[in-house]
Design a protein around this ligand. Structure first.
Ligand SMILES: [Zn+2]
Length: 373
């Protein structure tokens, strides 16, 4: 799936982005509406009319989804949960919050706000069909959007996380059991099953010759499945790491090397002996950077006797040095997203007091998840 997003505009200070796949979706949707839906509704409509209607419907569907997402966002920010941005996908969007909801009742309110907006929109478009009886094109457009908003509503109310219905289900289980992780797990499983049903139904459509419908169902099912899995993973990680500090995850004492050491020494006495991928480097007793096997490999082997660690170390990394009292969650970002395998932990004077690695972090998460199950 394409991951990059395109920034569109700001609405009430919140940036709105579309997933890059959405442009493809817009084209596919316009085409589907023009040649499928409207060709059936308006058998004597001109080609031009059908395509304009298809395009307008797609854009208004986009606006409907945007309003749906904004009602989630408004409820969130009114309750002190700032929204970083809104990203639109196929039949829905994601309002990215700065932090997680910590109360099931608030989660319930937020989750219900979007579907409530879809109900309002469906009602408005239905009302419009009664007002414009004389204008056939406006009538079919309003009628289509009335139905589409009902579909958006139905789709989002499926009780699988991370859809709204799944969030509502999660909030209810969470409220009853007091266990957010268990609630997320159950709601994600339902989401996963629903996604698989959609994809199987899509393949079935393929076999009976309904190619466009088939592609749609497979596409949506695939997207939903990914969202269910990554949503669950993220919640689990945040939950398990929530109460931990860097000092709980770090390894200590740590093997450090002096910047004046030759590369020959570094390879023979450290890399070959301890089997770590990188070491914190000290200058005058404080952290100067990290040196990795990859840095050493950049230097010709004949130079190893003469060259020292000071010539090649990565000094940039000191900017990301951690302190023992930092929340362990900051590690997730640095290690998972920035791709650092090992990061040094320093005290107030810049002395190295420990090291955290991706492997240690994963082990901790696994252990915590196991204990909490
Ligand atoms: Zn929603």
């Amino acid at each position: 799936m394409i991951r990059s997003s395109i920034h569109l505009f700001r609405l009430w200070g919140i940036p709105v982005e579309v997933n890059a796949s959405w442009l493809l979706v817009l084209a596919l949707m316009t085409w589907s509406f023009a040649t499928g839906w409207y060709a059936d509704v308006l058998p004597d409509g001109s080609k031009q009319e059908l395509w304009i209607l298809g395009f307008l419907t797609s854009i208004l569907l986009f606006v409907s989804i945007l309003l749906h997402e904004f009602s989630h966002a408004v409820v969130a920010s009114r309750n002190g949960l700032p929204i970083r941005k809104i990203t639109l996908f196929l039949f829905g969007g994601v309002a990215q919050m700065e932090r997680d909801v910590d109360d099931p009742i608030l989660e319930l309110k937020m989750a219900a706000a979007g579907p409530a907006m879809s109900v309002v929109l469906a009602a408005l478009f239905f009302g419009l069909t009664k007002l414009v009886a004389g204008h056939q094109l406006v009538l079919v457009l309003a009628n289509s959007l009335y139905r589409i908003n009902l579909i958006v509503l139905a789709f989002n109310m499926v009780p699988g996380f991370p859809l709204d219905g799944g969030r509502i289900l999660r909030a209810v289980i969470w409220k009853k059991t007091g266990n957010v992780q268990k609630a997320t797990r159950i709601a994600s499983r339902v989401g996963n099953v629903f996604a698989i049903i959609l994809m199987v139904y899509g393949v079935f459509n393929f076999f009976v010759g309904q190619f466009i419908g088939g592609i749609w169902f497979i596409f949506i099912g695939y997207f939903l499945r990914q969202a269910a899995q990554s949503g669950y993973l993220l919640v689990t990680l945040r939950q398990t790491l929530g109460n931990l500090k860097v000092s709980d995850v770090m390894r200590s004492p740590v093997i450090t090397v002096e910047a004046s050491l030759s590369l020959r020494h570094l390879v023979d006495d450290y890399f070959l002996r301890y089997h770590y991928g990188s070491f914190p480097v000290l200058e005058n007793g404080t952290l100067a950077g990290m040196v990795s096997l990859r840095d050493v490999k950049q230097v010709e082997m004949e130079e190893w006797e003469r060259a020292t660690i000071a010539d090649i170390l990565d000094r940039e990394i000191t900017r990301y040095a951690l302190h023992p009292e930092y929340p362990a969650e900051t590690l997730l970002h640095l290690i998972m997203k920035k791709g650092y395998g090992r990061l040094p932990v320093i005290d107030g004077e810049g002395r190295v007091v420990g090291i955290v690695s991706r492997r240690d972090l994963m082990e901790t998460i696994k252990m915590m998840a196991y204990l909490e199950e």
